[in-house]
Write a protein that binds this ligand. Sequence first.
Ligand SMILES: NC(=O)c1ccc[n+]([C@@H]2O[C@H](COP(=O)([O-])OP(=O)(O)OC[C@H]3O[C@@H](n4cnc5c(N)ncnc54)[C@H](OP(=O)(O)O)[C@@H]3O)[C@@H](O)[C@H]2O)c1
Length: 274
Amino acid sequence: MDKSVTFIGAGNMARALINGLLQQGVEANRLSVICRTPQKHSDLRGRGIEIHPPGSPPQGELVVLATKPQQAGEALARLRGTLDGKVLISVAAGLTTRWLAQMSECQSVIRAMPNTPASIRLGMTGLFANESTRQRFGYDAEWLFGSVGEWHWLDNESLMDAVTAVAGSGPAYVFLLAEAMTKAASTLGFDQDTAQQMVTQTIFGAAHLLKHSTQSAQTLRQQVTSPGGTTEAAITVLQDGRFEALLKSALMAAEKRGKVLSEQAESQQGAAAS
Ligand SMILES: NC(=O)c1ccc[n+]([C@@H]2O[C@H](COP(=O)([O-])OP(=O)(O)OC[C@H]3O[C@@H](n4cnc5c(N)ncnc54)[C@H](OP(=O)(O)O)[C@@H]3O)[C@@H](O)[C@H]2O)c1
């Protein structure tokens, strides 16, 4: 695979993908960036990646839109007429393939929802495209997101907000769990560094076990939970606090917010661009 990729935007998500691709061995001269303030991102130039201002034609066949959703309309307007024969891959939350195609005038649009563990090649990305784009460029998207983790094609675009709620935002829930467990561990008598080491390695080990075990999360949990034991005492407290119901509400809130942001972003920017 010797495709070149241009990123529109050089923020958190673009950098996560760039870091993952570089770690995977993709040559820096196959990556380039178009962003508003190139001087802010000179570190990327130092790593061999070309940086250009908005309005510059993207290089290569793969163009990854990695601006905030509310910045996408302006960025896409500046790309019009430069995307012939290319595929536009948007990682922007909530923006639909129909709207992206309309704003960019690009025939081939793929919507992707990655997450920041992509920066260490442990990302999870949901993908959606119409049938013809998937046939023509699906392999390129699989290469791009497979370089930085795992991917999954969705048959229905409306599930993209659910991917955002589960996988896109998911790392933040785990980090919140780590923060809360570390604070709780400190109250049990550990200093901050020890508490952090214990919690980080425990989450890391449990995630690895879950990933590599043939057993379900439920079975693995049950194996640690002896009747009348210490884990059961803790889990009873979590269940009394409606842990599962709380998580379900949290994910539903994220999904709902995704839909609202999507409607707002598309209507505001559509109006501004027309
Ligand atoms: N962060 C996550 O965990 C995550 C996960 C999944 C998906 N996403 C999606 O990824 C997208 C980017 O999020 P982020 O956290 O990376 O945002 P960010 O850090 O704010 O980065 C946005 C980037 O867009 C650039 N930009 C803004 N307007 C532009 C324009 N007209 N032309 C070219 N570049 C422009 C900015 O350039 P300057 O730096 O020069 O100002 C900046 O580098 C969002 O749509 C989000 O939904 C994020």
